[in-house]
Ligand binder design. Structure first.
Ligand code: NAD
Length: 508
């Protein structure tokens, strides 16, 4: 059985803390590893390594930093299949989806390769006579990232490439459910030529997270996970004076207008609802059928799901894998009973889904709940599994109102052929990321990713231009080099308007 441990100061660091977690292959239910849980002292060791590495790293030229980022980009591209295999073995997602996850993370490295351009400041010549002003963006110091189970490679890659490109050093605390990818990434970072201590990983649970949130040596925290923990992270770290961005859970609505192509919309709903077994923060979890298109959508989704292959993610023909843990599978499955008791109709029941030869896997087939209403728990709770709810409404106004009143606001999509309706949706919908005939509108890496309301605490979204802002702080410099000595001391602020007034008065 493999032991997954920390990565501190450029090498593997075997934990001496007595606490560990178990790691499973969700497709077989077999335990494959043990992950060390960091003690407070081990988190402190990682922060100490990052603190020591910071002065030299921030002084490293942009040319050298960029070289290392390009090398990391090449290594990730070469090893994409290996990373994908690790993701499938611990998360369960199918191999093609896992490779897609790495590719989306790699995009952020590519964006970070342009750091020299991204960090350019502004310059104003002659703001006052002989006085110039320019602005700088400088790194913060040691920054930390805390990441969820559902994207064990992509979400860390949303954070650390840009953070270190900006000149910071980094401590990552990945999910304890699928921790191996973080160590593989750390090995690639070292191979790419980043100095020891620039990127560190501590494995663990709440103990390590809480130490990160209160550690005086950490300047900023990026978090991605559930809303309850995001709120805790935001409140605690902000109270400690840190800069924080905390991305939380979601309940994403996919609105289908009656004029949409129903075949395309149903395919998109199946892909966005059941891809990665619904364990995506941008998964479509509520299908809003507008103006009487509900029956046709249900029929088409039933037909597509009847041909959908659920199985071990390592098999090329599997379209959907298992859920991440047995506890999570049972929790997600329980929502069918909850929904039925509340009055929803089970249109597809995935609870008895069997996969040949793998009776102990954490399986749950795709599930469709029809006639869901906004007061039901299946609508208000984030289920985070392959359970798609259908709500039927009469008009686009009703759909917009529904989304507005939902507590989350990560993504929202509309399927329609009506440009005016799409434009209105884009303007009025209460969500941070919007898809028009695109079910999962995850922005490309040169935009930024983030939701509204309970889906994000903080001001800045993650990666892209917001990421550069988050991982740097501004400085404005006012300088004079001409006639320095000819100046008379004045105790008043320089005031161009006052001299204009004097001139005006003397002419009278
Ligand atoms: P989670 O909140 O349980 O865990 C996230 C991280 O926080 C993990 O590293 C975990 O070890 C740590 N953690 C868990 N409980 C903690 C506690 N009580 N105190 C301190 N730290 C704690 O989330 P998860 O189950 O790993 O991931 C799924 C959730 O993440 C879903 O809610 C999903 O919507 C959300 N998510 C959001 C986004 C986004 O961009 N908004 C992206 C991916 C996932």
């Amino acid at each position: 059985m493999k032991q997954i441990t920390h990565w501190i100061n450029g090498k593997s660091w075997v934990g001496d803390a007595p606490r560990h977690g178990k790691v499973f292959d969700p497709a077989t239910g077999v335990q494959t590893g043990v992950v060390d849980f960091a003690s407070i002292a081990e988190v402190d060791a990682a922060v100490a390594a990052a603190t020591e590495a910071f002065p030299a790293w921030r002084a490293t030229s942009l040319a050298k930093r960029t070289n290392a980022l390009f090398a990391l980009r090449e290594l990730l591209a070469i090893h994409i299949d290996e990373v994908a295999a690790i993701l499938t073995s611990e998360h369960g997602k199918v191999r093609a989806d896992a490779a897609g996850e790495v590719a989306r993370g790699l995009e952020v490295v590519e964006f970070a390769c342009g750091i020299a351009q991204l960090l350019k400041g502004e310059f104003t010549e002659n703001a006052s006579t002989g006085v110039n002003v320019h602005s700088l963006r400088q790194p913060l110091g040691v920054v930390a990232g805390i990441t969820p189970f559902n994207f064990p490679a992509m979400v860390p890659l949303w954070m650390f490439p840009l953070a270190i490109a900006c000149g910071n050093t980094f401590v990552l605390k990945p999910s304890e459910k699928d921790p191996s990818a973080s160590i593989f990434l750390a090995e690639l970072v070292a191979e790419a030529g980043f100095p020891d201590g620039v990127f560190n990983v501590v494995q663990g649970d709440k103990v390590s997270v809480d130490r990160i949130l209160t550690h005086p040596g950490i300047a900023a925290v990026s978090f991605v996970g559930s809303t309850a923990v995001a709120r805790h992270v935001y409140e605690t770290a902000a109270h400690e004076g840190k800069r924080v961005q905390a991305l939380g859970g979601a309940k994403n609505h996919m609105v289908v207008l009656a004029d949409a192509d129903m075949g395309d919309a149903a395919e998109a709903a199946v892909s966005a609802g059941f891809g990665s077994a619904g364990e995506r923060c941008m998964a479509a979890s509520v299908l809003v059928a507008v103006g009487g298109c509900g029956d046709e959508l249900v029929e088409r989704i039933q037909a597509r799901v009847s041909r959908l292959t659920v199985g071990n993610g390592a098999n090329a023909d599997s379209e959907m894998g298992p859920l991440v843990t047995v506890e999570h599978r049972d929790r997600v499955a329980s929502y069918l009973g909850i929904g039925e008791a509340e009055g929803a109709k089970i249109a597809i029941d995935g609870r008895d889904h069997q996969v040949k030869g793998a009776p102990e896997g954490y399986w749950l087939g795709p599930c469709l709940l029809d006639e869901v209403t906004v007061d039901m728990r299946v609508y208000t709770d984030e289920i985070f599994g392959p359970v798609l709810s259908i709500i039927r409404v009469d008009t686009l106004d009703d759909a917009l109102d529904l989304i507005e009143r939902n507590g989350y606001g990560n993504g929202a999509a509309i399927f329609t052929n009506d440009g005016a309706a799409a434009q209105r949706f884009e303007t009025e919908v209460a969500a941070g990321m919007v898809g028009i005939n695109v079910a999962i509108p995850v922005p490309v890496s040169y935009y930024s990713f983030g939701g509204w309301n309970s889906s994000l605490f903080g001001d800045l979204h993650i990666y892209g231009p917001d990421g550069v802002q988050f991982y740097t702080r501004g400085k404005a410099v006012t300088s004079r080099w001409q006639n320095i000595r000819q100046h008379h001391a004045s105790l008043a602020f320089p005031n161009a308007t006052a001299s204009e007034k004097e001139k005006h008065d003397s002419k009278k």
